[in-house]
Design a protein around this ligand. Structure first.
Ligand code: ISE
Length: 333
């Protein structure tokens, strides 16, 4: 029997996931959708046999919904996930788990109270073939111990309402989580540097350079750009004791023509990480159908948001800020 899923949020990634669940993945059926924008909900629901719920709460309460996919704006995530946990309903929550560490910890406590994992968080880079190959290279010791990581997280543009706070609290969580995934270490401190700001965005400090430190002292410099125009570009190069290892340069085709060479650059994250989204959600469907929960947890979501919050404090006062973590509950070990 297919897993009956309700989706909260029919915006960019939410509508992508609805189509993904309907046409690409197996063992799943979208049976309910909730989004405050009626027009876009109707558009994505066209041709689907789904119930349009009046709110996320109504969708969660729908007893035909076996599991919930939360793809609404980040500030709504903690309350929606906690509502799922209150009735023991499995939930996939797009990143970030929460906007503040306190909210994220409230989700952790609610999940611990159920006695088992029920939440998977949408850190899709962990399911990207290039990042998994990079992790395998590090785990295999091919370049010795990692010492430094150079990373870039570049968006071509952001909406008019974007703020520097969102760059840190909505975007940086990916970089914080993938550093933990690649190194197997915690992030112990963050320092945010402000380069010369691009003139293309008023009122947003863009780019930022965030210097993360891990438990063993690995330094990670993350260049975070949100308005770089040329495309969506994710880079990572690990400097080890005996060599370096870098993400593939992406690009499906290298074109050589008229004395020039070029390759394509993705237009946004939905294109760059399409296969990773497929894998993370198929894993979620398969695990949930088997009565299990795997993948990035609420603890991972809490840690990423805690790192983002420490980075935000550093952005504000210009100092190095240590990352303070609560003890890791047993269900996440
Ligand atoms: C967006 O929400 C994502 O998740 C993308 O992966 C990230 O690159 C972008 O900065 C976020 O706004």
């Amino acid at each position: 029997m297919s897993l009956r899923v309700g989706v909260i949020g029919a915006g960019g990634i939410g509508s992508d996931h609805i189509r993904r669940l309907r046409w690409t993945l197996s063992g799943v059926e979208v049976i309910a959708i909730a989004d405050p924008d009626g027009a876009r909900t109707a558009a994505v629901a066209e041709g689907l046999d789904v119930t349009i719920e009046s709110s996320g709460a109504a969708l969660i309460a729908n007893d035909r919904v076996d599991a919930v996919l939360v793809a609404s704006p980040g500030f709504t995530h903690a309350d929606l996930v906690t509502a799922c946990l209150a009735i023991g309903k499995p939930v996939f929550c797009e990143k970030p788990l929460a906007i503040t560490a306190d909210e994220a910890w409230r989700v952790v406590e609610a999940e611990v109270a159920t006695g088992r994992r029920l939440v998977q968080v949408g850190f899709m880079r962990r399911y990207d073939a290039s990042y998994r190959a990079l992790k395998a290279t590090l785990d295999g010791g091919d370049i010795g111990q990692p010492l430094v990581i150079h990373a870039a997280h570049r968006n071509p543009e952001v909406p008019d309402w974007w703020t520097t706070d969102l760059t840190i609290k909505d975007s940086l969580v990916h970089d914080a989580d993938i550093v933990r995934f690649l190194t197997g270490e915690e992030i112990v401190a963050s320092r945010v540097l402000r380069p010369r700001a691009s003139s293309r965005l008023a009122d947003v400090q863009d780019p930022l350079v965030i210097l993360l430190e891990t438990t063993s002292g690995i330094l990670v410099d993350v260049e975070l750009s949100v308005n770089i125009a040329y495309g969506y570009d994710i880079r990572a190069e690990v400097i080890g004791e005996t060599g370096t290892a870098a993400l593939g340069d992406g690009g499906l085709v290298t074109l050589k023509r008229a004395g020039a060479r070029s390759t394509d650059v993705p237009t946004d994250w939905r294109q760059r990480f399409a296969l990773a989204y497929d894998r993370e959600l198929q894993d979620w469907i398969d695990a949930t159908s088997a009565g299990e929960t795997t993948g990035p947890s609420s603890w991972d979501g809490f840690v990423a948001t805690t790192v983002a919050e420490a980075s935000h404090r550093s952005y504000q006062d210009g100092q190095r800020v240590e990352v303070q973590l609560a003890d890791r509950p047993a269900i996440y070990r």
